[in-house]
Design a binder for this molecule. Structure first.
Ligand code: SR1
Ligand code: MG
Length: 423
């Protein structure tokens, strides 16, 4: 396939013929395309994903579609999201080596990326639903976030390079628009594509939508998301965007990448651990999940602690950008000043991430794009009870975040809400 052909969606039937002469793919899996085995495995909201196996290996072929797969062609979406995903992956690999799949080939006009087939990895969300305790995720994700968020910002980058990159990613308008509406606004009014577990949650949903403080906070967070172009974000860092084994963790799917506030990635990620926590009761039939609940809260504590430690280390050793420059602090013998500034930056991230976490929880229960943690709870009454607790927790984070000073306080709150009216 050359880069000059007009876009055409791949299918299980056509992929082998269309990619038979792709050197990068042939080098990975062998040239005998007639015997390639192709499976479509994409279950995400937006794209096509195939596993292609040949005589010498396997690869992933991911292709964007000109519309939102979850909704259909009534919601067009530009193919260029594949371009942003490719460029985000290359930057993430440079800034946090080994944390993303290797890229073998990118074809802009076909909006396709050929990349490493991660096996035996599974999606982290699935592992958490199954009750699997993975020992390394907090460390791996904490390091990934600290390295990518610090090294993509004006704390580290050459100003000219960062501004050029900011301009490049500024064109990811449509994917930002999805987040701006689906995450920050739609959950708080009866937007057309919203859904929730009904009638069980109807009265709570009405209460939240009438909550002026909550709406104002959601819009303040949206303002921050749209206006604070602080660093290159993954942009969609939830547990469905992470693949794991017991020992390995890889971040995938950064098509929502753009320059935004550091706290957004961290808040979204932690929100997904807290949602996994509140959903455990719905998956409890096969055995008690107390240990899993404790594990999940432990993961949030460790992720935040690893993030802070690594971010602080980079602050002290790699602060080469134009912000909080060393010439004002260390070079003047004022190391304490640099520490005071670090403390300030981390505090700001903390405040903001709690808010982002709160609204991420709300949108997964009230908006269009729900998550399997709750959706796979077949008993709707039980699901609604889990969701109601998460909604209440999310509201507290979004509205009262400035009164919460530590991750232990947040986790105590989660544990208290979980204990209330046990089912
Ligand atoms: C219409 S896209 C819905 C959601 O799927 C993606 O994974 C993002 O989270 C987006 O908000
Ligand atoms: Mg995705």
């Amino acid at each position: 396939m050359t880069g000059k052909l007009p876009f055409e969606a791949l299918s299980v039937e056509t992929l082998s013929t269309r990619l038979a002469t792709n050197d990068a793919l042939c080098a990975r899996i062998g040239k005998d395309s007639a015997n390639w085995k192709v499976r479509e495995v994409g279950d995400g909201n937006l794209n096509l994903v195939f596993i292609v196996e040949g005589a010498t290996g396997a690869a992933i072929v991911k292709q964007a579609l000109p519309y939102v797969r979850l909704v259909g062609d009534s919601w067009p979406l530009p193919l260029k999201r594949s371009f942003f995903e490719y460029h985000a992956l290359t930057r993430q690999e440079a800034r946090a080596p080994g944390s993303v799949p290797a890229i073998y080939h990118f074809d802009e006009s076909q909006a396709l990326i050929i990349m490493e087939y991660l096996s035996p990895h599974i999606i982290l969300r699935r592992a958490l639903i199954e009750g699997r305790q993975l020992p390394n995720i907090a460390r791996d994700i904490g390091l990934f976030m600290a390295r990518t968020l610090f090294r993509g910002s004006d704390l580290s980058m050459v100003t000219r390079d960062r501004k050029a990159d900011l301009a490049l990613f500024a064109d990811n308008v449509e994917l930002c628009d999805i987040t701006e509406n689906l995450v920050f606004s739609d959950p708080y009014f009866d937007a057309k594509m919203n859904r929730h577990t009904s009638p069980q949650l109807d009265s709570l949903v009405a209460e939240l939508r009438a909550d002026r403080d909550l709406k104002v906070e959601a819009q303040r967070l949206k303002h921050l998301f749209a206006a604070n172009a602080e660093t290159l974000l993954h942009g969609d860092l939830h547990s469905g965007s992470i693949m794991v084994t017991d020992t390995e963790t890889r971040m995938i799917d950064p098509e929502f990448a753009f320059y935004g506030p550091m706290a957004f990635d961290i808040g979204m990620l932690l929100a997904n651990f807290w949602m996994a926590f509140f959903s455990q009761r719905g998956h409890e039939q096969a055995g008690k999940r107390d240990a899993m609940r404790a594990y999940l809260l432990g993961v949030t504590t460790e992720t935040w602690s690893v993030f802070r430690a690594e971010f602080s280390y980079l602050w002290r050793t790699e602060r080469t950008g134009m912000l909080y420059q060393k010439s004002l602090f260390e070079d003047q013998g004022d190391r304490l000043g640099a520490e005071q500034a670090l403390d300030h930056v981390l505090h700001q991230i903390w405040d903001d991430l709690l808010g982002f976490a709160g609204i991420e929880i709300h949108r997964r229960i009230l908006g269009l794009a729900h998550n399997a943690d709750f959706e796979t709870i077949a008993d709707e009454d039980l699901r609604a009870k889990c969701e109601a607790k998460a909604l209440k927790f999310g509201r507290h984070l979004a509205v009262n975040r400035r009164q919460i000073h530590s991750i232990d306080e947040v986790n105590n709150l989660a544990a208290l809400i979980e204990q209330e009216s046990r089912v």
